[in-house]
Design a protein around this ligand. Structure first.
Ligand code: IPD
Ligand code: CA
Ligand code: CA
Length: 254
């Protein structure tokens, strides 16, 4: 399989330009409700249509699963795409939103790209070949003490009306860490574990398209990716990503 990385990056950046064309005209932005606490904008749809069209043309051997258009027939080898992760942030004119594109081959995520157009930060990883941010190789933080750590999380569980709504867990962890953040894009949360901006991230009730690319980037940067019981692997309904050094300390609080 020959993915020409420069062509791939160009495609992702062009998708970012499409998103930015809406971001710079938010007063005209058309928004639709998907559920009481979830919505989609015309920017999400335009980015996904572009990526589906270009990726099919460039790499016809792969299927496509996009958050907004669903799954194509080829399920084993496919692109997994969240056209805009952090739609609410995007619609409010904030900076933390990203285009997330992963390639899954034989059930394994082998390429991941997360591009934050408003920040012009491009994160990329290829399985077993490391993780990169704007062309520089990145690695997780070296923080060893949970009490000194900065952590991030999200509340998809509240949008899904889960009884375990993460609030008690958040308070338990907030009392034992130095900094806590809620950035609003799980894909970027995982990239910020990868480049050491945060020491750990956890969230429930996500979908594979939210985390596939970001989790590979974090893993290739040295992160430990598990569920809330410490089982290694990709669990969208319960993801815990840490720098490894504070994994056991944080796991005991999950
Ligand atoms: C959302 C973001 C957010 C997470 C939500 C996701 P979306 O993605 O990743 O951080 O907490 O659960 O749905 O809906 O903007 O693509
Ligand atoms: Ca998402
Ligand atoms: Ca989305």
């Amino acid at each position: 399989m020959n993915i020409i990385i420069t062509d791939f990056e160009k495609t992702i950046r062009e998708a970012g330009n499409i998103a930015l064309s809406y971001y710079l005209n938010l007063e005209q932005l058309k928004v639709e409700k998907k559920s009481p606490r979830d919505f989609v904008t015309e920017a999400d749809l335009a980015v996904e249509v572009y990526l589906k069209d270009v990726l099919f043309k460039q790499y016809p051997q792969f299927g496509f699963w996009g958050e907004e258009s669903g799954q194509s027939e080829n399920q084993t080898n496919r692109w997994i795409v969240d056209p805009i992760d952090g739609t609410h942030s995007f619609a409010k004119g904030q900076y933390f939103w990203a285009i997330s594109v992963a390639l899954e081959v034989n059930g394994e995520i082998i390429i991941g790209a997360v591009y934050a157009p408003a920040l012009d930060d491009y994160y990329f990883a290829k399985k077993n070949l490391g993780a990169w941010k704007n062309g520089q190789q990145i690695s997780v933080s070296t923080e060893t003490s949970l009490s000194n750590a900065m952590v991030s999380t999200g509340f998809a569980c509240i949008r899904s009306y889960l009884t375990d709504n993460n609030l008690q867990r958040f308070c338990r962890i907030a009392e034992r860490t130095t900094g806590q953040r809620r950035f609003g894009s799980a894909a970027l949360d995982l990239c910020m574990v990868a480049d050491g901006q945060v020491d750990a991230f956890w969230e429930q009730e996500l979908n594979l398209y939210d985390i596939a690319a970001g989790a590979l980037i974090a893993q290739e940067a040295g992160a430990t990716i598990t569920d809330f019981k410490g089982n290694k692997g990709l669990y969208p309904k319960q993801i815990l990503a840490t720098n490894g050094a504070i994994f056991e300390q944080l796991l005991s609080l999950m």
